[in-house]
Design a protein around this ligand. Structure first.
Ligand code: ZN
Length: 122
C-alpha cells in the first residue's frame, strides 16, 4: 500500500496531529490455574504513553514485561491481514500459569506531534 503521509497508515495529518488506539488489557482464565497474582477480570489501560490501573489494583512485573513490546503496535492502525490486527490474546510468560491477557482497542485519542517529541516534523 502506498503511503502518502496523510492516509490512515501515514504519520499523521498536516497539522501535526495523529491518532492512536486506546487499549484495555484484561486477564482471562484458561484450562490451567493461575500462578501469578493476576486474577481473572483484572485489567489496565493504555492511553498514549500512560498506563492506568483501577484504584488499588496491582499487576505482576513479568506478565507486564511480556505485554509491553506488543502494546505500541496495537495502538497503531495495522493492515487487516496483519496478525497484529487479528491476534489479541497473549499467554502469561510463566509456563505453569494459565493466565491469558486480551488486548482490546477501546477508543481513539488524538495527539499533537509537538506535545510528544522535540524532534520537528520534516
Ligand atoms: Zn501468570
Amino acid at each position: 500500500m502506498r503511503d502518502d503521509g496523510n492516509g490512515e497508515h501515514g504519520p499523521g495529518s498536516p497539522d501535526g496531529t495523529f491518532e492512536l488506539w486506546d487499549l484495555r488489557v484484561e486477564v482471562e482464565s484458561s484450562e490451567r490455574p493461575m500462578v501469578c497474582n493476576h486474577p481473572e477480570g483484572s485489567w489496565f489501560e493504555l492511553r498514549g504513553e500512560n498506563l492506568s490501573f483501577p484504584d488499588g489494583q496491582t499487576f505482576p512485573l513479568y506478565p507486564l514485561a511480556a505485554l509491553l513490546p506488543l502494546l505500541p503496535a496495537k495502538q497503531r492502525d495495522t493492515h487487516p491481514a496483519d496478525w497484529m490486527t487479528t491476534d489479541a490474546v497473549i499467554a502469561c510468560p510463566d509456563p505453569h500459569c494459565g493466565g491469558r491477557f486480551r488486548i482490546r482497542r477501546v477508543g481513539r485519542s488524538t495527539f499533537n506531534h509537538a506535545d510528544v517529541t522535540v524532534v520537528p516534523l520534516p
